[in-house]
Design a protein around this ligand. Structure first.
Ligand code: SF4
Length: 606
């Protein structure tokens, strides 16, 4: 982390001057020369005398001590409490969100003066009470900033990626969410500290103040307001001190925020380099690794209805097999993939159906069970490696996190394994790359790093959601080769989600074609591609872009929306073969041949 020097030095200077006030050759800050009240600046009194004849320069320098203690302590307490509330509410959602945010709303609704009066009555006046009152008053501001930031960050792909690795919510909130909302929280801190100093004088009539004759900037501003007509300069000096401090604090907070950005110089996270790959886990002789039966996913619509983006879907995959799920956007393939890891978005839920992994019912898993599964036996590779990797952490550290989420290991062991994993996925100069931030890598290298994270704990199944969509053709081929090699080496099963049939043709053993939430054809990849048995598969193949010649025609029409409850074949509106029988659709896939099924009445003719 590299911190800009100027703001640090300026802030340090202000603090040192305030602390060193007793040692400086200045006049007594308490001594009163009543005869010369409000005297203008002179040689012995460079800033003049205040309304009681005390040296203004001495009171400003001494006043910094009390004001900074009040401002920093209250802001720190409020910042800590508010950020914890905001992050927990924004990340955990549900009942935790309701309880925490309603609590914050109650504090917000409470008139500040009434709150201050209540605390003064209970605890009595004084600086400690002032800090407590200010802390309570400032908590909602921090909570709301942290909550809004968390709601934004939690939807980013790298948070989903860390979840898919099985990291605990506490770990995600501390290591992934908090650094990414540090910027706005630090800005809030500088604004809050400024308000604290001003409020210190504003609440003085309740006894909530630094007790006179101890000097403070808040007291000085409050007193100077009363004599502004006779001695305007007395308002200028404390205001100037406050302004300079706030500007320095803003600059320091900006510098801190920038220091969290991933542009800092590299620092080694893995010093010891040698091949330390874990031996691949033995795969039990189970027929079905994953089995999905009649899975229906529902989403409640804003109008009160229910949309079904995935309907009665059945799939299975064996160890070492590659199953490709293909279809246009909106076909439900990504939701199907996310359901396998229990990562459906908040708005979606499994309405019915069964999912089992190695014979265990996934729908019975509690949160701890899901965390154990994610990133352990089942891993996920997301589409965009840039947004799926945390921009604030080095790649080696993210690999280490993927490992330590599932087992205890020394820093040295984890560092070595991170480098070995990067070597395994073909990243050259792996030791140096482990210390790089995601933005310092090419797109292909980032996707390799994501794959390294996915295989970090020797999973039995990887769900890869469009893993090559953001890559150019050459890199795409390299990533496909890598996945094929990894699969062969460790008998890994792969669910490859894609909209691109040529990509799928290269890697898939079996293919499931999805349309409007349903599987419309499923079978061995070579047979499905050579002689498709559903008009939608035929149309998809015909619309595949070619390297040369005219671009192929797109499939006419659009995918019906998930809340469309038409009884007939869902492809009917776009199907050139549609006839009377198509007004009812096959409830089940029709067996075309052994292991090959279609959801079309007219499969034999198409
Ligand atoms: S069932 Fe009818 S409308 Fe549906 S794909 Fe087959 S031929 Fe077309």
């Amino acid at each position: 982390m590299k911190l800009r020097r100027a703001p640090v030095i300026t802030m340090a200077l202000i603090i040192v001057i305030a602390l060193a006030a007793p040692l400086l050759p200045i006049a007594d800050a308490i001594h009163m020369d009543v005869a010369h009240r409000m005297a203008p600046p002179s040689w012995p009194h460079p800033l003049g005398l205040d309304e009681l004849g005390r040296d203004e320069l001495a009171r400003i320098l001494w006043g910094g001590r009390a004001s900074l203690v009040v401002a920093f302590t209250a802001s720190l307490i409020a910042g800590l409490c508010g950020t914890i509330i905001g992050v927990m509410g924004g990340f955990l959602r549900g009942i935790v969100e309701q309880l925490l945010l309603r609590g914050v709303d109650v504090v917000l609704c409470f008139p500040p003066l009434l709150l201050a009066l209540l605390v003064v009555t209970l605890l009595g006046p004084g600086t400690r009470t002032l800090i407590l009152v200010l802390s309570v008053l400032f908590v909602p501001g921090f909570a709301r900033v942290a909550y809004a930031g968390t709601l934004t960050v939690r939807t980013l792909s790298f948070v989903e990626a860390v979840q898919s690795l099985g990291a605990s919510p506490l770990r995600i909130m501390i290591r992934t969410i908090s650094p990414n909302i540090a910027g706005p929280v630090l800005v809030q801190f500088s604004l809050t500290a400024a308000s604290a100093i001003v409020l210190e004088s504003g609440l003085s009539f309740l006894g909530l103040r630094v007790v006179p004759p101890t000097p403070s900037w808040g007291l000085a501003i409050g007193a100077a307001r009363a004599t502004m007509g006779q001695a305007p300069l007395l308002l200028l000096w404390p205001s100037l001190a406050l302004t300079v401090t706030i500007l320095a604090m803003n600059a320091l907070c900006d510098a801190l925020r920038d220091a969290f950005e991933p542009h800092a110089a590299s620092r080694s996270v893995a010093r010891h380099l040698h091949e330390a790959l874990l031996p691949p886990r033995a795969i039990p002789a189970s027929d079905r690794l994953l089995e999905i039966r009649d899975l229906t996913i529902a989403i409640e619509t804003p109008s009160g209805g229910t949309a079904l983006p995935v309907r009665a879907l059945s799939l299975s995959i064996d160890p070492g097999e590659t199953l490709a799920i293909v279809g246009e956007s909106g076909s439900g393939k990504t939701l199907t993939g996310l359901s396998i890891l229990g990562l459906l978005p908040d708005a979606a839920r499994i309405a019915s159906g069964a999912l089992s992994f190695q014979g265990s019912d996934l729908r019975r898993l509690d949160e701890a069970g899901w965390r154990h599964l994610r990133g352990g036996d089942v891993a996920m590779v997301f589409q965009d490696p840039m947004s799926s990797l945390n921009p604030l952490h080095r790649v080696g550290a993210q690999l280490a996190e993927a490992m330590t989420a599932h087992r205890r290991a020394s820093a040295r062991e984890v560092g070595e394994r991170a480098v070995a994993l990067l070597q395994q996925v073909g990243i050259p100069d792996a030791a140096r790359r482990a210390t790089a931030f995601p933005h310092e890598m090419s797109g292909g290298m980032r996707q390799r790093a994501m794959i390294a994270m996915a295989i970090a704990n020797n999973p039995r199944l990887i769900v890869a959601d469009e893993p090559t969509a953001s890559l150019d053709v050459t890199i795409q081929a390299q990533v496909l080769d890598l996945l094929a090699a990894l699969k062969q080496r460790s008998n890994l099963a792969l669910i490859f989600i894609s909209h691109s049939l040529p990509v799928v043709a290269e890697i898939a053993d079996r293919v499931a074609v999805m349309y409007a939430g349903e599987i419309v054809e499923e079978g061995p990849a070579p047979l499905v591609f050579a002689t498709p048995r559903h008009p939608y598969t035929t149309a998809l193949l015909a619309s595949t872009p070619r390297e040369q010649g005219k671009p192929p025609p797109a499939i006419g029409g659009v995918v019906p929306p998930p809340d469309d409850m038409t009884q007939g074949c869902r492809f009917a509106a776009r199907c050139p073969h549609c006839l009377d029988p198509c007004s009812t659709r096959p409830a089940r896939l029709i067996e075309v041949a052994a292991g090959w099924r279609s959801r079309c009445w007219r499969w034999a003719e198409t």
